[in-house]
Every structure is written in structure tokens, then in C-alpha cells.
Design a protein around this ligand. Structure first.
Ligand SMILES: C[S@@+](CC[C@H](N)C(=O)[O-])C[C@H]1O[C@@H](n2cnc3c(N)ncnc32)[C@H](O)[C@@H]1O
Length: 340
């Protein structure tokens, strides 16, 4: 039994047709880890909820709405950079290169890269990895639009997906991680995550990472606290998800969205603020949660970077920098690195 079939045992496989299949961990494993992680993170002195739990189907759809907000510059800026990198990227690709995406979401920006791949290749293989079921909708849509595309979706964490694809085959991979999702990691966890990616890559594989750059505080704060309150709904929705899936009784009226830019640590800090002193039962996590008035539950960091910091963290993880692209305003960056 090779490594791949060994790993497949941890997943349920759903074959839709010859061009589309998914792998997903068994349902009991997913529910157990959600309940246990929430039990742990909400029992700490500084309470937190891992941002990966934002993305139930409502959370994923709210995120798509965020991407269209006038204040949310990252999506359109990164898309603009992607649209201009074809001639720079082509020399790094070949007929066999597979496209692997961490946190693919609706795969909207990915289409620019799929355009480049499908022009070059007779058959293009795309491996989206996302914890959210949105992956199935976006994959079906992509297959309607690209006749030569073959999709293997992995509905799991980044780490699970990377482990699944390690030693998958001998073909070269371009792994992409867009939307500055890497900025959700603390610096220590980010460093470990990059080393993990590096260790799963074969010599010659490539990694393309999109990272948001440091800019004026008011631009950053508006992007994460928009005037239509969509980001607030997105943040609060994680409590609805816990209510629905873990039998909890959060009253959303007792919480508000609280997001600030911390200039010293170069990050947006997103929290849910408890508006009253309250107790919440989370049955499936076996937890009675007591919150003080004004106590914060931390939900997401979104780190911002200077260009020299990006180069340093990538080089420290062992990567060789091949290219870096910025938009005209220097709001956002894309960096292509290799393992050589
Ligand atoms: C901020 S969205 C970015 C989506 C898309 N890449 C973009 O740039 O617009 C993050 C995506 O990653 C997924 N995600 C978040 N944390 C994850 C994790 N730990 N493992 C796997 N997927 C994750 C979410 O479901 C969501 O689709």
C-alpha cells in the first residue's frame, strides 16, 4: 500500500464523475474536533475562537459579500495583480504542473490562474483544499466553465490537505495561498506553517502567496469594519454556528463586533465583545461559559507585512524567492517561491 492509499483511509471519497471527486474526513471526526476545540479555546483566560470556524455555508457566503465591499480592497487588488502576471509565471509552468490551492473558497481569483493553466495544458488538474463545503459549489461551477479541468477537492484543514497531497505523484505542483489568509496565523504558528508547506513540497514545486501590506490605519480599520456591517455579521455568525452545531444558547444581541488595528503588532484584531455579564451553555462542548461585561472573545488576526518582512519569513522557512509583484499603490503583494 503506498502513502496515498494509506492516507485515503482517513477520508471518505465522493466520486461525482470522471472529472470531479472529493475527499472529506469522516463526519464524526469533524464534529468531535469542533466541539473539543471550542471547549478548549473558550475555557482559557483569554478566550478565542479559531477563525477556521467562521466558514459554515452562511459564513462562506458572507465572506463572498465582504470581498465585494468598497472598503475591502484586498480582493480586487490581488485580482488586479494576478491579471498581470501571466507572462512572468508561464516560464515556471509545464504541461503537467498541478494547481493546488489552500483555502480556495469560491475560487474566484483562481480563475485567472486556471485561464493560464488551461491555455498551456491539454488537461489541467486542480486540487482545492478548503474546510468549507463551498468547495463543492465552486468546483461544479468551474467544471461548467473549463472543459479540460479535472478537480480533486479536499474538504479539510490546510494541514490535512497538505498531508493528503504529500507524495501524491511525481508531477510538479504550484501551491497557491491567496487572500492574505496566512495573516490569520500568529507569527510563531505562521513560521511553523511555512516550514510545513516547505517540507511537503518536492524539489521544483512552487508556492505563490498573497499577502496584505502595511498601510494607513483608517484604510485597514474600514476594511474590517465596513459601513454595511457585513463584517460584523460575518464575525457574529460564528456564534450562530456554535448554537446550531454544538447546541449552545448564545444570544447574538448580547455581543458586538469589535475590530481594531494594532500598529505595533501590525495586525487587525477582530473580537466579539460581550455587552453584558452573561452565561452561555455549549452542550456538546460540555461547557458553561461565563463572560464579564466588555470581555472580548478573540476571533481573528489579520497581520499586515512590509516587503522586507515577507522576504525574510519566506527565506527563513527555506524558500528561494523567484518573483514578487505589487500593485501600483503597494497595497498588496504576491510572491512566488520555490524549494530548490
Ligand atoms: C479569507 S477566505 C479566502 C478565500 C479565497 N482564497 C480568497 O482569497 O478570497 C479563507 C478560506 O479558507 C478557508 N479556511 C480557513 N481556515 C482554514 C483552515 N484552517 N483549513 C482549510 N481551509 C480554511 C475558508 O473556508 C475560506 O474559504
Amino acid at each position: 500500500m503506498n502513502d496515498f492509499s494509506d492516507k485515503k483511509l482517513d477520508y471518505k471519497q465522493y466520486v461525482v464523475d470522471s472529472k470531479l471527486r472529493y475527499f472529506k474526513p469522516h463526519a464524526t471526526k469533524i464534529e468531535k474536533s469542533f466541539a473539543e476545540e471550542i471547549s478548549f479555546s473558550l475555557s482559557q483566560n483569554s478566550k478565542f475562537i479559531n477563525p477556521k470556524f467562521f466558514y459554515d455555508s452562511k459564513g462562506s457566503s458572507l465572506f463572498e459579500s465582504i470581498c465585494l465591499l468598497p472598503e475591502y480592497y484586498p480582493t480586487r487588488t490581488e485580482l488586479g495583480i494576478l491579471k498581470n502576471l501571466e507572462s512572468d509565471l508561464l516560464p515556471f509552468l509545464d504541461e503537467q504542473t498541478k494547481l493546488v490551492e489552500l483555502g480556495s473558497g469560491a475560487s474566484v481569483k483562481t480563475r485567472v490562474l486556471i485561464d493560464i493553466f488551461t491555455k498551456l495544458q491539454t488537461k489541467t488538474e486542480y486540487f482545492p483544499i478548503d474546510i468549507s463545503e463551498i468547495l463543492t459549489e465552486s468546483s461544479e461551477q468551474l467544471l461548467k466553465d473549463y472543459g479540460t479541468l479535472h478537480i480533486t477537492g479536499i474538504i479539510d484543514t490546510y494541514e490535512g490537505g497538505l498531508e493528503f497531497l504529500k507524495n501524491y505523484d511525481e508531477k510538479k505542483n504550484l501551491i497557491i495561498f491567496l487572500g492574505s489568509s496566512f495573516g490569520n496565523f500568529t507569527p510563531t504558528n505562521g513560521e511553523a506553517f511555512l516550514k510545513n508547506i516547505f517540507s511537503t513540497m518536492k524539489s521544483g514545486d512552487l508556492f505563490l502567496i498573497g499577502l496584505d501590506l502595511v498601510k494607513e490605519k483608517n484604510i485597514l480599520e474600514s476594511a474590517y469594519d465596513d459601513s454595511a456591517d457585513i463584517t460584523a455579521q460575518f464575525n457574529l455568525n460564528v456564534l450562530s454556528r456554535i448554537n446550531n452545531e454544538l447546541d449552545a444558547d448564545f444570544d447574538l444581541n448580547n455581543f458586538s463586533h469589535y475590530s481594531i488595528y494594532n500598529e505595533i503588532d501590525q495586525r487587525i484584531e477582530m473580537n466579539l465583545k460581550s455587552l453584558v455579564s452573561q452565561s452561555v451553555i455549549i452542550s456538546k462542548s460540555n461547557l458553561l461559559l461565563n463572560l464579564e461585561k466588555n470581555e472580548l472573545i478573540h476571533t481573528e488576526y489579520s497581520h499586515k507585512y512590509q516587503v522586507n518582512q515577507i522576504k525574510k519569513i519566506l527565506c527563513d522557512a527555506g524558500f528561494e524567492i523567484k518573483k514578487m509583484w505589487l500593485d501600483d499603490k503597494k497595497y498588496f503583494s504576491l510572491t512566488l517561491v520555490s524549494k530548490n
